[in-house]
Each structure stands twice: as C-alpha cells, then as structure tokens.
Ligand binder design. Structure first.
Ligand code: NAD
Length: 483
C-alpha cells in the first residue's frame, strides 16, 4: 500500500487544505510508493501564521529551554536511522549502504541545542553613551531543501534557525518528501511548542514560490540548483527583500599533477563523481590530469568505475542506485547522448552489461575524455555519473581551465609538492579546496559553501547561526558615566 503522507502545521499532521496530492514512484521498481500532499496557498499561509503565533513565546525562552526538544529530536533521529535510510532509498534511490545522514543530523541538533548564545558588541567610544549591539531572531524563516540528502539539509538549517529563536516553515523536495514526513511525525513528540517547526510538501513552482514571495517571511535559507536560487532571489526582490542564503550547484574540478599518488587520485575522484549516483553538488565532474600520466590515471579510474555495484538501493551490497526520478534520468541521458555525438573519447563502463533495463532508472558511470572546454559537458551541471577527464601541460593552463566556470563550490588538487599545493590552492576560485583529497571529504566546523554561482552563504557548526539572526544597535544615553 502506498504511504499516505501528511504535512505538519501547528503540530498537527494534516493533508492539503483542498485534499490535493501528487504521486511518488520508486525510481528502482517504478511502483507507486506514496501519495503526498500538494500544499496550497492556504496551507502556506496557515503554516506562516502558526509560526508567527509561536514566535513571541519561543524566542523568549532560554537557549537551554529551546535546546531540550532539539536534543530529543537528535535521539529519535538516531533511533529511526534505518527507517529514514529506507525512505530515501524508496523515494529517490539513495543506497542505504551510504547513509550517514542520521548521525550528521543528530550532531547538528545536539550541537545547536547547546550553542545558541549569540553575542553582540559593546562600546564606550561615544562620550556620554554606553552603546551595544544585540542579535535577535528574524521571526518566521522559510527553509527550502533539495532531495539528494534531505535529512542533512533539514538538520543543518532547522537546528540553527530554531535554536536562535526563529520559527520555521520547511518545504521538502517533491522528489524525496518521505524523510520530512517521518520527521513531521517525530517533531510533536519532542515537546516543540505548536508552530515552531512546520513542514510542507509540494512542488517548487507552487508552495516553494509562494514561500519565496511571502510578505511575512523575513529570511529564507535555500539549498538547490543555481537556477532555482536565481528565481528565489528575484522573488525576494519582488516581495519584501527577505534575506536569502544560498547553497547552490557546482561543476567542481580536480587537478592531478604528475607527482601525485595516481592510485589515490583515481580512487577518490572516481568516488567523488559517482557517489550517490553522481547526484552530489560538490562532485568533481571535471578532472584535469597532467598529459604525462593520463594513460595510467585513466586505466585506474576505469577500473574503479567498473567495480561499482549497481542495483536495488535497499541492498546493503549496492553502492550505486538509480537516478532520483525520470526527469533526472532523462536529463543525464541527454548529456550522455550529446557527449557521444560530440566525438570525444567515450568509456561507457556499463557497455555489455545491460543492467540498465527494466524499470530501474540506473545509469552506469560514463567517462568522457578530450572534450572541448566549451562543451556543455564541461560547463553545465549534469548531476549524474558522468565525468569529463581532460589533460593539461602547465600549471597556469590548468588553473585557467579549472576557473573557467560560473560555479565555484569545491576544487581538489593532487600533488606531493607542498608549495605548489598552496600556490594553486590560492588561485582556485572555489569556496572549498581539497589538497590530496576531494569531495565529499570536508569537515563540519569550517565554512561550507561556494563562490560565484555556487552560493552566497557559508554553513557549518560554527557559521550557520549567523544566517538566522538580525543585528540591532542600542544607543544608551548615560551622561553620568562621564566623557
Ligand atoms: P532544485 O533547485 O530543482 O530544487 C530544490 C528545492 O527548491 C526543491 O524543494 C524544489 O521544490 C524547490 N523549488 C524549485 N523551484 C522553486 C521556485 N521557483 N521557488 C522556490 N522553490 C523552488 O534542486 P534539486 O534538483 O532538488 O537539487 C539538486 C541541485 O541542488 C543541484 O544543482 C545541486 O548541486 C544542488 N545542491 C547544492 C548543495 C550545496 O550545499 N551547495 C547541496 C545539495 C544540492
């Protein structure tokens, strides 16, 4: 029986106000797995009103009081880890074998449960005044997340926003709404007051756009594509200039110099592009290999790609599931066709092993080499298991190629020469640079985010709370304190 999902408004699990739903199909079996509410304009308004009503008392609590339900949510998420993993596998094909999201989320809920002590400045620099700045929550904050790791994005945004004293309306992705539905069932049991966390389901052009235009929402945190980020920025400008924070797409380069550990570079760059079936914002979708080591690197890279275990995302032996849905599948296939027609070198690691059949939206990793730098394959985010491996001769040449993109999320470089690593690392136009490592390697306490079209914000355990606080200066006339 398909799951009958619901939304969370004011701590009540509810259908859409007009009863409307959309169907969700498994990308592996093609079966109907859920009927999901399509939030209406009325639902968006009701959720915003609930958040607005909850704000005065929620923001008046002490940090420890706001932290208590967050800690409870952390415990429940760990308890429900397997169910959460299965729901992502069911809805968007993420292999359960790679599910780290529950421990990531628990760390974020627990950390922000203890960390909400924002500080301002004080100043005695104006004679006759003791001046100070304070940091205060916005009120109602909207959070819009993508489908490739829903619990990760839910936790990294909701935890700091509500810990800071805001009340939130979250919209999950239409491609992976089921983790949000399970969280919606857990939240009221954690003693969050009604209206503090509201969770809607629905499509971007409907409820997403309504949130972006909403006049009573004062800040919006978004992770998703650059195209949608642009639409949200315009919606903000056309409505109330709400603050927007963006984590967007990427076309991340990895640079492999001749003195690199070639085996390690091949293993890690292959993992980076094919992890989550290529559906990762920071995947190194472009690899630049020095011409002197190209053959050895390609052989090793192909070997790793051919060892991917494609299949049922619920199977613990599988590390490569289907693309998230038919739209993603068709888009990736279009790029592969375009690349094959463009006449570069093509290695289809699935050739001969026709596992891509039946109803599953599986795509074998595909490697393109010697593709023109102007091709859409090297310029556009494909979001699938498709890599372009091109060569370079000099350091300056590869830096120019790596930076010749509108994205700037994560760049990687492999070399044993420390001075070159720092020299090149400084010149890469990217929010994150891996040295002798590549994505998804990172850490949770340094700024995560992109340059250029890859975003405007930086998120981390230490940085995220900034996004959810306004600053106010208080000028306190105190003539008696002297000049
Ligand atoms: P998407 O932009 O299509 O959708 C993301 C969310 O935005 C969904 O909830 C969707 O319903 C909503 N949305 C769509 N149109 C909207 C509109 N007009 N107004 C408001 N909301 C709207 O992205 P996706 O396909 O879900 O995710 C993949 C993209 O996300 C890739 O580009 C990937 O690189 C990016 N991403 C970035 C990061 C990061 O941290 N930088 C992390 C994960 C994914």
């Amino acid at each position: 029986m398909p799951i009958e999902a619901q939304m969370l408004i004011n701590n009540n699990l509810v259908p859409a106000s007009d009863g409307g739903t959309f169907d969700l199909y498994s990308p592996h079996t093609g079966e109907l797995v859920a009927k999901v509410p399509e939030a209406t304009a009325e639902d968006v308004d009701t959720a915003v009103s609930a958040a607005s009503a909850a704000f005065p008392s929620w923001s008046s609590l002490s940090p420890a009081q706001r932290g208590a339900p967050l800690k409870k949510l952390a415990d429940l998420v760990l308890e429900k880890k397997d169910s959460l993993a299965s729901l992502d596998a069911l809805s968007m094909g993420r292999p359960t074998s790679s599910y780290f999201d529950a421990s990531y989320a628990a760390t974020h809920f627990n950390y922000f449960a203890e960390a909400a002590y924002p500080q301002g400045h004080t100043s005695l620099n104006t004679p006759g005044f003791l001046n100070m700045s304070v940091r205060q929550p916005f009120g109602v904050v909207a959070i819009i997340i993508p489908w490739n790791a829903p619990l990760v994005f839910f936790s990294k945004k909701v935890a700091p926003a509500v810990a800071a004293g805001n009340c939130v309306v979250v919209k999950g992705s239409e491609k992976a709404p089921l983790t949000c539905y399970l969280l919606s069932q857990l939240i009221p049991t954690c003693n969050f007051p009604p209206g503090v966390i509201n969770v809607l389901s629905g499509h971007g052009h409907t409820s997403g756009s309504l949130l972006a235009h909403h006049m009573r929402i004062r800040a919006l945190s978004f992770t998703g594509s650059t195209r949608t980020g642009r639409a949200i920025q315009i919606a903000s400008a056309n409505s109330n200039l709400k603050k927007v924070v963006f984590e967007l797409g990427g076309k991340s380069p990895a640079l492999v110099f001749p003195d690199a550990d070639i085996e390690q570079a091949a293993r890690e760059t292959e993992n980076s592009i094919n992890w989550n079936s290529g559906q990762t914002c920071m995947a190194n979708s472009r690899v630049y290999v020095h011409e002197s080591i190209k053959e050895e690197f390609m052989e090793k890279f192909k070997g790793f790609a051919r060892r991917r275990r494609l299949g049922d995302p619920m199977d613990p032996e599988v590390n490569h599931g289907p693309q998230a849905d038919r739209l993603q599948f068709d888009a990736v296939k279009r790029y592969i066709k375009m690349g094959k027609e463009a006449g570069g070198e093509v290695i289809d690691t699935g050739a001969g092993a026709e596992a891509e059949g039946g109803k599953s939206l599986l795509i074998h990793p595909v490697i393109f080499a010697n593709i023109p730098e102007t091709s859409p394959l090297t310029k556009e985010e494909i979001f699938g298991p498709v890599v372009v491996i091109n060569t370079f001769a000099t350091e300056d040449e590869v830096i120019t190629k790596a930076n010749d993109t509108e994205f700037g999320l994560y760049a990687a470089l492999y070399t044993k020469d420390v001075e070159r690593a720092i020299r090149v690392g400084k010149k890469l136009e990217s929010g994150m640079v891996g040295i002798n490592c590549t994505s998804p390697t990172g850490c949770w306490d340094l700024p995560f985010g992109g340059w250029k079209g890859s975003g405007t914000g930086r998120e981390s355990l230490l940085d995220s709370m900034e996004h959810y606080l306004e600053v106010k200066s208080l000028y306190f006339r105190t003539p008696g304190i002297g000049g």
